[in-house]
Design a protein around this ligand. Structure first.
Ligand code: UGA
Length: 439
């Protein structure tokens, strides 16, 4: 079987590489010549644990190829995945320009049956637009070729994407014909051998499943953040409440960790897009609007605690920040709470010294040298008036507090991920604040 993946962003590159890992012949296509040249040399545009090694291995075995020439790949493919970007418009809806450009190119060159699969996160109804775009080009060429469109949303988590792809909880595929179902079942067979199911359904349901999954997860997080904030006021401990409710399997113990708000490229964008889709058809997603509002406020939570600790007198204070990426195991800073917090701190005239194991180059690219970048977590705390823990990287789990106590000018810690022990820190004379526990 031969497949082409169009778009070597996060989803496309992981998908293509993982398919090649099980022996499928894959071409990853992108219009960005530099990206493709780099990939041919084994330089990946994204940070994802294990990906570089997998790209190198499969390129060497001749199963994974990179190209900028989509037309020449079209008729050499049984399946073409469209995994190009769908950047949000001003109003939050997904821009389908790139997806439909690819569909048109496929239609301009297709001479045989191909299954065209949407892999990017696209609104309900997109596969139908892809079908129409391909068909329009075939009609222009006066060709009566039968082809399929399918929707195969991805559920990868950044930082754990390879594991998610190789051992998926489930694979969702929306199809319109038995032929497409057979082809997709064959393609995914290597990933289903350990009992991971492929769930076939109609195309609009597959498209909706992706949004419903992310919206549900975002809802769990905002719900827990609301509960955490109330716990603090009422003198309850959200860590206990989390354990108490999470052990009910109907609720589950995953994605109920309170914190400083969800970030990344997916939850914020998909929640917005689903609200927008519903608004355009005259339905209001009342719960999701609240989910978004809670999340926006939660990103300012630590800053507000910092302001009240210093009773608003923060000008000229030095703040150490541990963690810039929106979560561990990634250098991604899209919609990261760190950006909101840094912005507040700078506006208040604070000096910010930051350290992140992998995201500092990304931070420099985004916000430049308006903050100082440190070579390790300890350096960031030197002469600082406060320490903010924003991303729960493992290297921040067990710092040497005795050393840090001496380095900091003022020993106060704002823990946005509830990873530290309040009793231990208090015994070392730190002031300690976290989320959902009145310390
Ligand atoms: C998310 C989904 O988890 C994937 O299943 C989905 O495929 C992906 O979006 C996508 O649509 O492409 P991702 O954005 O990589 O994956 O990151 P998550 O691990 O889900 O974390 C999202 C945010 O939620 C992070 O900011 C994290 O800190 C926050 N979070 C997560 C919490 O605040 N509490 C939790 O209990 C869990």
């Amino acid at each position: 079987m031969k497949i082409t993946i169009v778009g070597t962003g996060y989803v496309g590159l992981v998908t293509g590489t993982c398919f090649s890992e099980v022996g499928i012949n894959v071409v990853c296509v992108d219009i960005d010549q530099k990206k493709i040249d780099n990939l041919k040399k084994g330089i990946s545009p994204i940070y994802e644990p294990g990906l570089d090694e997998m790209i190198a291995r499969n390129t060497e075995k001749g199963r994974l190829h990179f190209s900028t020439d989509l037309p020449s790949c079209v008729n050499d493919s049984d399946v073409i995945f469209i995994a190009v970007g769908t950047p949000p418009d001003e109003d939050g809806s997904a821009d389908l320009k790139y997806v439909l450009d690819v569909a048109r190119t496929i239609g301009q060159h297709m001479n045989q049956h191909i299954t065209v699969v949407t892999k990017s996160t696209v609104p309900v109804g997109t596969a139908a637009k892809v079908r129409a775009a391909v068909q329009e080009e075939l009609d222009r060429r006066e060709l009566g070729i039968f082809f399929d469109v399918a929707s195969n949303p991805e559920f990868l988590k950044e930082g754990d994407a390879i594991n998610d792809f190789m051992k998926p909880d489930r694979i969702v595929v929306g199809v319109e014909s038995e032929k497409a179902q057979e082809i997709m079942a064959r393609l995914y067979k290597p990933f289903t051998l350990n009992g991971h199911p492929v769930i076939f359904m109609d195309v609009p349901s597959a498209e909706m499943t992706k949004y419903a999954a992310n919206a549900m997860l975002a809802t769990k997080i905002s719900f827990m953040n609301d509960i955490a904030n109330l716990c603090e006021i009422m003198g309850a401990d959200v860590n206990m409440v989390r354990k108490g409710i999470g052990s009910d399997t109907r609720i589950g113990n995953k994605f109920i960790y309170p914190g400083i708000g969800y970030g990344g490229s997916c939850f914020p964008k998909d929640v917005k897009a689903l609200i927008k889709t519903a608004d355009t058809v005259g339905y209001s997603m009342r719960i999701l609007k609240a989910v978004e509002a809670v999340n926006d406020d939660q990103k300012s939570l630590l800053f507000n605690k910092f302001m009240s600790f210093f009773t608003g007198d923060v000008r000229g204070k030095t703040v150490a920040i541990w963690g810039l990426s929106f979560k561990p195991q990634t250098d991604d800073m899209r919609e990261a709470p760190s950006l909101v917090i840094i912005d507040h701190l700078l506006k208040q005239g604070c000096r910010v010294k930051a350290y992140d194991p992998v995201a500092m180059h990304e931070s420099k690219r985004r916000i430049g040298e308006v903050i100082e970048y440190c070579k390790d977590p300890y350096e960031a705390t030197i002469d600082s008036d406060a320490l903010f823990l924003l991303t729960e990287w493992t290297e921040f789990r067990y710092p040497n507090w005795v050393v840090i106590r001496k380095l900091m000018k003022n020993p106060v810690i704002f823990d946005g991920r509830n990873i530290y022990d309040a009793v231990e820190l208090k015994s070392l004379d730190f002031s300690y604040f976290c989320v959902g526990v009145n310390t």
